[in-house]
Structure formats: structure tokens, C-alpha cells
Ligand binder design. Structure first.
Ligand code: ZN
Length: 274
């Protein structure tokens, strides 16, 4: 029950008002706090029409662009990336994990049974994988170009810092690791039918492009409430999925991506491969 509550709190796609604060305690001793709680009711949102991204600022102030905004996603301009120290390289400690597949109403998402089973470290901080989900098409662009899709691995530290790994997805060879999840995607987004337990463990690291440098910057959640202070690590090398796998994703959500946001005075660093 506790992990379910934490999952709900952590869901980037959740439009629910959140007033409950719980913590996940596990055998590792790590306690991962929930995403900053919302204390007022946030209206519903979508990716189109009057509740679309242009009007998200009406339900969550941080979504509104302004001077000093540090919102995501952004266009990554490759020629303007600044060199970063290797200390910023994200070390990934993901392994075979039991997930459930969830249809959040805004995205297709996979949530680990154990919220401290998988982690990444960067700059001396450990962040635990809370969920990964898909956007179609990509949210980040490279020199203005979209990829077919984008995967986000949302990781959180014990003191509440968020680091997201962004993986651009292009059409090509199928990703066999995706089949287990795709074959069991709930078509309903209404609880409790929107969650399916997966039987075969998935190693999330198989979705990460090996040997790829990354672009790193300070940004935000890409869904309301658009909370800032999120560390983004977007791999510059895409992975591939097949056209039928993309069609499977698109059958659930065909355009669940936020437009790119102004960079303002932020720096984007090129981080070497791990
Ligand atoms: Zn996302």
C-alpha cells in the first residue's frame, strides 16, 4: 500500500491533488521521499486543446514561461554544448527488476516493485529509480530535430533531488526488452485496471545507449506541476525500436510530448560516456 501511494505521488503524469506525505522504507534502509506535494487541487490537463501545454500555466504557475524559468524539455544545440568534468558522468546501477506496467492517462509507465532496487550516482549523490515512461514523439530535440519517441527514467535521492535520464528513440531494430511491457500494457487508464504486474523481470539498463555522451542541464518536470530543480541527463545517441513497437505505443498515446521551452541563461554541458 505504501509503495502504491509513493508511486502515485511520484507519477509525473498524475493530475491528482496530493496532500498525503509518505515515505518508502525498504530493506536497504534508503528512504525516498515523495515528489514535493501539492497542497491545492490542480486542474486536469492534456496535450491538446484548452487544457494543453499553452495553458498549463493556469493550473500550475511553474509551467508558465518567464524570466528565469528553467523548464524542460529544451532543444539541445550540439555545437553549443560546454565541456563538463567527468564527475558529472552518471554511473548506472540498474539490474533485472520486477516492474508493473501502468497506463497513467498521460503516458505508458513502468514502476519497479522495489523503489530502491535500481539506482544511479552522479556527483557523489545516489538517486533511486522510481519509474520510467514513454513520450511520443520525443520531448528533447537535437538541433531542432525530433526523435520518434523518448524514454524518461526518473530517479530520486533520499533528500528529494530528482535526476532524469532521457533516452531518444528512433525507428530501427526492435527492442526485445520492450516486448514484455508492450504485451501487457493496460488499455484502460482507470484505476485499478490501469496497472498490470509484469512476470518477467526487466533490466532497465538495456534501454540505455552504451558508450554515449550526454547533455546535462538543470530543468523541470515536463508535465504539470512543471516543478523545477530537476537534473537532466539526455543521452546524445538514440536507441532503436521497431515500427510495430512504436505503433503499439502510439496506439495508447500518439502525441504526449511538451513543446521545447526557452533555455534563457542556462548552460548545457556535454558529459563524457561512463
Ligand atoms: Zn517524461
Amino acid at each position: 500500500m505504501i509503495s502504491r501511494l509513493v508511486r502515485d505521488l511520484l507519477s509525473l503524469g498524475s493530475a491528482m491533488a496530493i496532500v498525503v506525505v509518505v515515505a518508502a522504507c525498504t530493506s536497504t534502509g534508503a528512504v525516498v521521499p515523495p515528489t514535493p506535494s501539492q497542497t491545492s487541487t490542480m486542474g486536469t490537463w492534456s496535450y491538446e486543446g484548452s487544457a494543453g501545454p499553452d495553458n498549463w500555466g493556469e493550473i500550475a504557475a511553474a509551467c508558465r514561461d518567464g524570466e528565469g524559468s528553467r523548464e524542460s524539455p529544451i532543444d539541445i544545440q550540439l555545437a553549443k554544448l560546454l565541456p563538463a568534468t567527468s564527475a558529472k558522468t552518471v554511473m548506472v546501477n540498474y539490474g533485472p527488476t520486477v516492474f508493473s506496467a501502468e497506463n497513467t492517462g498521460h503516458a505508458v509507465e513502468a514502476v519497479p516493485e522495489n523503489l530502491t532496487a535500481d539506482s544511479v550516482t552522479a556527483d557523489g549523490t545516489t538517486y533511486y529509480l522510481q519509474q520510467f515512461h514513454f513520450h511520443v514523439s520525443s520531448e528533447h530535440t537535437l538541433d531542432g530535430s525530433y526523435s520518434a519517441a523518448e524514454l524518461h527514467f526518473v530517479n530520486k535521492s533520499v533528500d528529494g533531488k530528482v535526476l532524469v535520464l532521457g533516452v531518444l528513440v528512433q525507428l530501427g531494430d526492435a527492442s526485445s526488452a520492450l516486448d514484455e511491457m508492450l504485451s501487457k500494457l493496460p488499455s484502460s487508464s482507470a484505476s485499478p485496471d490501469n496497472v498490470t504486474a509484469l512476470t518477467k523481470p526487466i533490466d532497465p539498463s538495456v534501454f540505455l545507449p552504451s558508450g554515449s555522451p550526454s547533455a546535462q542541464y538543470e530543468g523541470s518536470l515536463t508535465t504539470p506541476p512543471c516543478t523545477e530543480g530537476v537534473r537532466w541527463n539526455v543521452y546524445l545517441t538514440p536507441i532503436t525500436i521497431s515500427s510495430s513497437q512504436l505503433a503499439e505505443l502510439t496506439s495508447r498515446y500518439s502525441a504526449n510530448h511538451r513543446p521545447t521551452q526557452p533555455l534563457h541563461d542556462r548552460l548545457v554541458e556535454r558529459v563524457p560516456a561512463a
